[in-house]
Design a protein around this ligand. Structure first.
Ligand SMILES: [Mg+2]
Length: 245
């Protein structure tokens, strides 16, 4: 292996478990919207919304899916999809356009507040800090977590939201964008992520080394691909690869 200069990281389910936070965020920001809007309308002596929390949440999801089909280049831009869906739902409830825009934006502010409450794996900060002394680091995510407010933001001078580039992984564009900003060629870089389709294959195809985080998987892996069960095993793998080169 040519010696490494840079390591790029997927975030969700690589540096923290995402499922619990995503569920809390999904339900929490929508419940906040329904309750805050109900209180606001009541204070203004306006009729309550006809929408219940459960119906509303299901309708919100359907509207996001419809927008993703209608504007396919935005399918990975989850903040955009959520805003459009909330605006349309609130307008359908009789809110004026400007009110719908304001309340949708406020709900997304609450979304982002909840979304960054991820708990990184306990080893993550120490591991990134040690790696950052030897390698340039970048984050590449398909998710819409706020990249400057997420708890490990300080370790990633370069952070790419692939959905906002309109090129979610496995598109090579977010990888190439990160490498260009780091000024590193693909074969001197490694990508670390949990998704075979979205992290491992596109990185390997570009000529990067790829580390697949998966509790179980094939032992016989294609060239330049390595599997570890947990990100905490990464330093040992890198030492081993560097010793071999
Ligand atoms: Mg992931």
């Amino acid at each position: 292996m040519a010696s490494l200069q840079a390591i790029t990281f997927d975030l969700d389910d690589t540096l923290w478990d995402n499922q619990g936070v995503m569920l809390k965020t999904e339900e929490g920001h929508y419940r906040w919207l329904i309750e805050a809007l109900a209180a606001w309308r009541k204070a203004r002596h306006e009729a309550p919304l006809t929408l219940s929390y459960e119906q509303g949440l299901a309708d919100y999801l359907e509207r996001r899916q419809a927008w993703a089909k209608q504007v396919p280049e935005r399918r990975g831009d989850f903040t955009w999809l959520r805003l459009r869906a909330l605006e349309a739902q609130l307008e359908a409830q009789g809110l004026t356009r400007s009110c719908a825009l304001l309340w949708a934006a406020a709900a997304m502010n609450e979304f982002h507040r909840l979304r960054v409450q991820v708990t990184p794996h306990p080893e993550a900060a120490g591991l990134l800090s040690a790696l950052s002394e030897r390698y340039q680091l970048a984050a590449i995510t398909n998710g819409n977590i706020h990249l400057k407010r997420q708890p490990l933001a300080a370790y990633f001078p370069v952070a790419i939201a692939a959905g906002e580039l309109l090129a979610p992984k496995p598109d090579p564009k977010p990888f190439l964008t990160a490498l260009e900003r780091l000024n590193v060629v693909p074969h001197r870089a490694m990508h670390v992520g949990d998704s075979w389709q979205e992290d491992v294959l596109p990185a390997q195809r570009l000529g990067m080394h790829a580390v697949w985080i998966a509790a179980q998987g094939d032992q016989a892996l294609p060239t330049r691909i390595h599997r570890i069960a947990h990100v905490k095993e990464l330093p040992e793998l890198i030492d081993w690869l560097e010793r071999r080169s």
